[in-house]
Design a protein around this ligand. Structure first.
Ligand SMILES: NC(=O)c1ccc[n+]([C@@H]2O[C@H](COP(=O)([O-])OP(=O)(O)OC[C@H]3O[C@@H](n4cnc5c(N)ncnc54)[C@H](O)[C@@H]3O)[C@@H](O)[C@H]2O)c1
Length: 596
């Protein structure tokens, strides 16, 4: 017979525990909420009332329901209070010895039939379970942060967890309105195993001054549609917790260097910069526990004036190419008021691009996003040409031709001969070194990368790629242009994958490796990332959209340039590409798209 859960216990009322108490109490369960001291209990109580008050203020919770919710919670100091609970979940700091001690104690205090659960993110549930006399009743219930919001729960069964315990916990998750994925006991389970390599890589980028914190975070939010950037997420998770998770994953997960915590993390933790909970981490917050970021000494100056500082004036822009990106970029510049010269390899191609730009602008009119007058004005600003000579007097050239280094180099050499001095020459390459293109000219200081995302008229992000020869003036000009286009320009160095692809593709590759290792299914992995981390698409959905061949090519580039063993493309990805399963475009990738 299935267990009845009437009263549950939560041990540790920090970032996660307080949220877990709320989830239980909201769903009608009585909760014994345990902390180590009166002061810690008080902190937990303040977190809970703060969160429920915000829910009331937002109209998501009735006042009476909040009062009933709070009345269900019994705050206590010490584990003895857990004698009558049916299930207890532990959410204390991520240290094995601490958790084992607490489990031994809970085993002594709790009813014999009670289930003992841990919210650990990375420690072995099995190792925790052997501290008790009932390892078959020990299970992992891994909530996501913030627990009241995130839908996912990872239920972790060890080799000795009883089937009835797993079934009862799965039913409990359903009662809590959560979606559960049940998995075995492996470091990082699904979501953290995929998330933390990425987070640590982002910290490494910041530490190496590859890009600013604002730009790294903006790149992942705007380029991938993630709910938060990686550094802001680190602050939410807590840097001490993140450090422990990475350290454990490194030791348990095959000593993958990507999980060796970035040195900066240790320094920040030692300095007491723990993220939101201490009021300062990568960002500074209004006060400890507050989600509100306040300016600090690293905050970049705001406003167009700051952006335009040192920038050259740009009025006339040449766009070279006739593909999807060139077409989108022509539209973006024309709409923003620039005079545009489109150069293709022939009148036929120009006619096609012109047609595509018109169709796209007309769509804007139909959707009410653009007036007819503005459409006509934008079209009126574009001239169509099939010869580079017409670029002699433009102020900026944006190259968007085929992704082949020899072609781009030849083009830049020609532009060098044709264009006037002072022109900014930009390439939209997504994978080639910008410096190679720059050195094909006699003016590498004027060359920069402008990496637009597809579809250019919609995606708000542009990566501005500076080489070691790019001048400050060229960079300032690029930033000012992006601002005028209404895009967010993020500045980064000339390294494979820039910011977005370098952080995104290894994560996708890791998901393929996880599938290949039969740890979980494509569906569950997709669920985990969408419901646990708020990603707009799961990794396999995204791989099928991007194309497996494109993804493999990017991953190979990253691997070749950075020589990071963990970046080696997953063999399964290579095989699927060889088999012609390239994703949606061929009807089959990780999923079969021909069947509905
Ligand atoms: N932070 C996250 O995003 C996140 C997400 C999922 C899971 N987790 C996991 O949840 C667990 C808790 O992490 P957190 O971020 O909430 O940590 P935290 O540091 O915010 O909170 C831990 C709490 O445990 C209390 N505590 C310590 N020793 C105790 C004891 N002996 N008895 C009772 N309470 C005690 C502390 O006073 C503190 O309030 C960890 O295992 C972590 O890996 C964290």
């Amino acid at each position: 017979m299935a267990r009845e859960f009437t009263r549950v216990g939560v041990v540790g009322l920090g970032t996660m525990g307080a949220g877990i108490v709320e989830v239980f109490a909201r769903n009608g369960l009585d909760v014994t909420a345990v902390e180590i001291s009166e002061a810690a209990v008080e902190r937990g109580r303040v977190t809970l009332t703060g969160s429920t008050d915000r829910a009331v203020a937002k109209g998501k919770l009735a006042e009476a329901d909040r009062d009933a919710l709070l009345a269900r919670v019994d705050f206590r100091v010490g584990l003895d209070a857990l004698h009558d609970v049916d299930l207890v979940i532990e959410a204390v700091p991520e240290h094995l010895d601490l958790k084992q001690r607490i489990f031994a104690e809970m085993d002594r205090v709790c009813k014999p039939e009670a289930i003992l659960a841990t919210n650990t993110s990375s420690l072995s549930v099995t190792e925790i379970s052997v501290a008790t006399t009932r390892p078959n009743q020990v299970i992992g219930i891994h909530f996501f942060n913030p627990a009241p919001v995130m839908k996912l729960v990872e239920v972790v069964r060890t080799v000795v967890t009883s089937a009835d315990v797993v079934a009862d916990v799965e039913a409990l998750c359903e009662r809590l309105g959560k979606v559960d994925v049940t998995i075995s006991d492996r470091a990082g389970f699904i979501a953290n195993a995929l998330l933390f390599g990425y987070l640590n890589h982002a910290v490494g980028m910041f530490e190496a001054r590859y890009a600013t914190r604002e730009d790294i975070d903006a790149a992942m939010k705007l380029g991938c549609g993630l709910p938060m950037g990686p550094l802001a997420l680190m602050d939410l998770i807590g840097l001490d917790t993140a450090y422990e998770i990475l350290d454990t994953m490194y030791r348990r997960g095959g000593r993958d260097r990507r999980h060796a915590p970035a040195p900066l993390l240790k320094q920040m933790v030692t300095a007491g910069l723990l993220g939101r909970k201490s009021g300062r981490g990568f960002y500074t917050y209004e006060r400890p526990g507050s989600p509100k970021v306040v300016p600090d000494e690293y905050t970049p100056p705001a406003g167009d004036a700051a952006l335009a500082d040192g920038a050259r004036g740009i009025a006339k822009v040449g766009v070279v190419g006739s593909g999807t990106m060139a077409t989108g970029i022509i539209e973006v510049f024309a709409k923003a008021g620039y005079e545009v010269i489109s150069v293709t390899r022939g009148a036929e191609k120009s006619a096609k691009v012109c047609e595509a730009v018109k169709t796209s602008l007309n769509k804007g009119v139909v959707r009410g996003k653009l007036s007819e007058t503005d459409r006509d004005a934008a079209l009126g600003r574009i001239t169509w040409s099939a010869t580079l000579d017409h670029l002699a007097d433009v102020d900026l050239v944006v190259e968007a031709v085929i992704e082949e280094l020899s072609v781009k180099k030849a083009l830049f050499a020609s532009l060098d001969e044709i264009c006037k001095p002072g022109v900014v020459l930009a390439t939209t390459t997504s994978s080639l070194p910008v410096i190679d293109v720059a050195m094909a000219t006699q003016r590498p200081a004027d060359v920069i990368g402008l990496h637009f995302f597809n579809p250019a008229p919609i995606m708000p992000l542009v990566e501005i790629v500076q080489t070691i020869r790019t001048s400050a003036e060229t960079s300032a000009t690029a930033r000012a242009v992006c601002a005028k286009l209404g895009k967010t320009g993020v500045v980064c160095g000339d390294r494979s994958g820039f910011i977005v692809n370098a952080l995104l593709f290894p994560y996708l590759n890791d998901a393929v490796k996880m599938l290949e290792a039969s740890y979980s299914t494509a569906d569950d992995i997709d669920y985990a990332m969408k419901l646990g981390c708020g990603y707009p698409m799961g990794p396999f959905e995204l791989l099928d959209v991007v194309g497996l061949d494109v993804s493999l090519a990017i991953q190979r580039e990253l691997y070749l340039e950075l020589r990071e063993p963990g970046f080696a493309p997953a063999p399964l990805l290579e095989h699927l590409v060889t088999a012609g399963y390239l994703g949606r475009k061929t009807g089959r990738g990780f999923r079969d798209h021909t069947r509905r």
